[in-house]
Ligand binder design. Structure first.
Ligand SMILES: [Zn+2]
Length: 353
């Protein structure tokens, strides 16, 4: 074949490849801009609706539980309720402000993007009916359980989470009392989870509303008949179940981590049915932080940097041995450990309480 013919063929090939490339590039750009405009129109309309649903649900559940606490309280409270409510609600409002400033449309907006671009495991499978929403909610709830365990296990995270545990009574407002640092970390974990599993905006909205409502429910000081509670706690975390987690005794506060579903505690062996001293006689909160001056709104913001004393469950066997005059060296050591003052290691900065 003459050289000029070969050159012509090569030139045609190049031209064809170039045209194909140009066509492909144009398609990619068009699909990206279509996706982006779809995502942005979703965000404009759905995010506003998302906020409206969340705020309405919050106010509705809050009002119901607050009335329930007045007419059928579980424990008699001695502390000043109005001061606690002002502090707890101020923390909640601060958190809303921080989240809106840092994350704009939050985890819901991320779910809209994940759905638009088909990111995540759930978006790569076709699910029948509501099963996708159900799976997403269960996975998200498991992540929240794991996150809660981490907040108790890692000293740096406990420093933030202890603000929630420093409430010396439990009621509906404790469910929204979290340090802004914890809320930001929690939001990042949720965003990561939504991106990995590809949770739909509907499932994220339902989960967020449920989590918020359940947090208020299981912290509330409401009386539920014991038989109903016994059945209910197989499906949801009840106030009696979660109250164990707020005991001043460390061994009890390392139980019942669940927020929505009670199954994770039963599966992973962190379930405790009732507080050892009973609901009326148990002490709620942290031993180190009980003075009103330590629990003002501004003190709560700096609480992560304040040292904490941790008390442990007295070892009854060791105490019995000592009482019977048959104590061993180990018994003495155990009792000494119980009385030992342990401090958190989250910061070298220590503020005076
Ligand atoms: Zn906790």
């Amino acid at each position: 074949m003459p050289q000029w013919v070969q050159d012509e063929i090569q030139s045609q090939r190049l031209s064809l490849n170039y045209k194909e490339l140009e066509e492909t590039g144009r398609n990619i750009i068009e699909s990206i801009s279509a996706g982006t405009s779809r995502a942005s129109s979703f965000l404009d309309s759905d995010v506003d609706t998302d906020q409206l649903i969340r705020i309405s649900a919050f106010l509705g559940f809050f009002a119901i539980l607050a009335c329930w606490e007045i007419f059928a309280p579980r424990r008699t409270t001695q502390t000043n309720k109005s001061t606690r409510w002002i502090n707890n609600l101020a923390m909640s409002m601060t958190n809303t402000l921080v989240l809106r400033t840092m994350f704009l449309s939050g985890v819901f907006g991320v779910a809209v993007l994940a759905e638009t671009y088909e990111w995540g495991i759930l978006n790569s499978i076709i699910w029948p009916g509501w099963s996708e929403i159900l799976v997403a909610i269960i996975v998200l709830d498991f992540v929240v359980y794991g996150q809660h365990v981490l907040f108790h296990t890692l000293p740096i995270l406990w420093c933030l989470h202890k603000v929630h545990h420093s409430d010396i009574e439990l009621d509906v407002t404790t469910g929204v009392r979290f340090h802004p640092g914890e809320i930001v970390i929690s939001m990042l974990i949720k965003i990561g989870t939504v991106l990995v599993i590809g949770a739909s905006p509907e499932s994220v909205l339902i989960f967020e509303v449920l989590l918020n409502a359940m947090a208020m429910f299981n912290h509330s000081n409401i009386r539920i008949p014991l038989q109903i509670d016994a059945g209910l706690r197989w499906m949801v975390v009840t106030p009696d179940m979660h109250r164990v987690h707020h005991s001043v005794i460390t061994e009890e506060s390392n139980r019942n981590y669940g927020f929505n579903l009670p199954w994770w505690d039963r599966i992973f062996g962190t379930y405790q049915a009732q507080p050892s001293l009973g609901h009326d006689h148990m002490t709620i909160g942290l031993e180190r932080f009980r003075e009103p001056a330590q629990l003002t709104f501004t003190s709560l913001l700096t609480l992560p940097f304040v040292e904490e004393r941790v008390i442990q469950q007295p070892d009854q066997r060791a105490l019995d041995h000592i009482a019977q005059g048959s104590k061993t060296r180990q018994d003495e050591k155990t009792v000494k450990t119980n009385e030992q003052v342990l401090t958190t290691k989250c910061s070298s900065v220590t503020l005076s309480p």
